[in-house]
Design a protein around this ligand. Structure first.
Ligand code: NAD
Length: 496
């Protein structure tokens, strides 16, 4: 691939130039183009969905035995591992995350395909307790064409979480990656083909979500949308889905509380709070962006946390020692800056950061330093809205009642963290926190085997987990009549 070339996109097994505008994916660390491609057009959406439907009906994928579909998914996992370094470097360029993070995302994508391959070949359909002269069963059927709409912050890992269970369930998939990070989804489609996935079962439509994602969601042949992204977009998709009576899963935003109780192990708490908010430069739905510290501990803890945050290495994502790379775009950095200015206008004080880094590499890319705001109330805008950057708001709390009232006072309810040496207290608190995931004495750890999703404005439905495959299948009940006599109601005698 040379920079001058325009990359083809994948439309139902055919690689060709998209029908939309030519644009580039840029490296956020330098602002330079990484690759040029043409966005998909509305005609491409139609061709991709029709092609996917055709492949679903005619390729025989849906009818293959689960272990046969699993074999293809295991091969996809293997190919991702073979190409891991290339994929990690491509992702670093496409979205600017530090190389160690992109390596972890690629490894997670491979693990996801392996996990859903295993889930596929071991999925059991059940014979339910019979309550009549019949055998009753609960079975699962593929749905058809699935739309997978993903954001820019964790390409390949986000796509794998949707594509793997959807293919395992016997479906066809059309991926709509974020406009600015299309490269990993395209490479994933190539890998699926190399692994022997029947032609047409996967498509990738780069370009604007408001045009392509919207058309895809509305398409009558699309039977389910699996969406990860912002809450506003998620609600828009939910409205369309309601009109179509179409199931959706929505993985949306967050403003997650991370709580340091007075008896916390401070080494663990400092390390965990830093990782929770500043890894991925805070561009994570589960970022622990609201910090609550027991008042008695507040000053000493904040002094330690601030000193450690000031030592974080921000810089070149290609450097193995970098902890924080740039933000995704100039526009996104401006949005983060507006939030920090708003926090100050709301009466907040900067404990750390809050100003662009200057000189060298910082002059080109969209870097922003670790930033800590304090002196605000939980009701204020910067404590309620998702900033999606390296900005932590710190608040003291007086007692558990005060803590719970504040921590649960959010439109979002995606995740939460607790730091305490008292496991019984942490357990009790964990049960009272309103969040899809609660971490105790750890943060931002993930396992594909454990369901993930949000409450309230953080989303609807769950991804991951062994039964995640069922999200992409329709349940069906089967009754097999076993009575030698005709049904009594009609009064028909056997043999007459
Ligand atoms: P976004 O909502 O702007 O875009 C997400 C995807 O939706 C993109 O592919 C986009 O092109 C598409 N899209 C945009 N408008 C659309 C429309 N009208 N119809 C259909 N599709 C449309 O989000 P983003 O800025 O790419 O990502 C950041 C957001 O994602 C943050 O809010 C973050 O919290 C959230 N996120 C959530 C999770 C989770 O699992 N809960 C994970 C990662 C990111």
């Amino acid at each position: 691939m040379t920079l001058e070339q325009t990359l083809p996109i994948c439309i139902a097994g055919t690689w060709r130039l998209g029908g939309g505008e030519r644009y580039a994916s840029h490296y956020p660390a330098t602002g330079e183009p990484v690759a040029w491609l043409n966005a998909a057009s509305l005609d491409d959406v139609e061709a991709a969905v029709q092609g996917a439907h055709h492949a679903f009906v005619h390729s025989g994928w849906a009818q293959r035995k689960p272990h046969e579909r699993a074999a293809v998914l295991y091969r996809i996992a293997g190919l991702i591992r073979e190409q891991a370094e290339e994929l990690a470097q491509l992702q670093r360029q496409d979205n600017g995350k530090p190389i160690n993070e992109t390596r972890a995302l690629v490894a997670s994508a491979a693990g996801t395909f392996q996990f859903f391959a295993a889930a596929c070949e071991t999925l059991e359909e059940t014979i339910t307790p019979s309550r009549g002269d019949f055998v009753s069963m609960s079975v699962y059927e593929p749905m058809g064409v699935i739309a997978a709409i993903t954001p820019w912050n964790s390409p390949i890992a986000s796509e794998a979480q949707k594509v793997a269970p959807a293919l395992a369930g016997g479906n066809a998939v059309v991926i709509k990656p974020a406009e600015i990070t299309p490269l990993l989804a395209l490479q994933l489609a190539r890998i699926c083909e190399q692994a022997g996935l029947p032609k047409g079962l996967i498509s990738v439509l780069p370009g604007k979500g408001s045009l392509l994602g919207d058309a895809l969601t509305r398409h009558p042949l699309v039977k389910r949308v699996s969406f990860t992204g912002g809450t506003r977009t998620g609600k828009h998709i939910a409205h369309i889905a309601a009109d179509k009576m179409m199931p959706v899963s929505l993985e949306l935003g967050g403003k997650s509380p991370t709580i340091v109780l007075a008896d916390a192990d401070l080494d663990h708490a400092v390390a965990g709070v830093l990782y929770g908010i500043f890894s991925s430069s805070g561009e994570a739905c589960i970022a622990g962006s609201r910090l609550f510290v027991a008042r008695a501990l507040y000053e000493p803890f904040m002094a330690r946390l601030t000193a450690a945050a000031a030592q974080l290495r921000v810089g070149d994502p290609a450097d193995e020692s970098t902890q924080m790379g740039p933000l995704i775009s100039a526009g996104h950095r401006e949005s983060v800056e507006r939030y920090v200015a708003l926090g100050l206008a709301e009466g907040g004080r900067l404990r750390l950061g809050g100003e662009r880094l200057r000189g060298g590499v910082f002059e080109q890319g969209y870097f922003y330093p670790p930033t800590i705001l304090e002196g605000l109330g939980n009701h204020q805008q910067v404590c309620q809205e998702e900033i999606f950057g390296p900005v932590l708001v710190a608040l003291p709390f007086d007692n558990e009642e005060d803590l719970l009232a504040q921590a649960n006072d959010s439109l979002y309810a995606l995740a939460a963290g607790i730091w305490s040496r008292d496991y019984k207290r942490a357990w009790a608190l964990g049960r009272k926190l309103q969040a899809g995931t609660v971490w105790i004495n750890t943060y931002k750890q993930f396992s594909i085997s454990t369901p993930f999703g949000g409450w309230r404005d953080s989303g609807l439905g769950r991804e991951k987990g062994r039964l995640g495959i069922l999200q992409y299948m329709e349940q069906k009940s089967l009754y097999w009549g076993m009575n030698p006599q005709p049904l009594a109601w009609a009064g028909v005698e056997a043999g007459q």
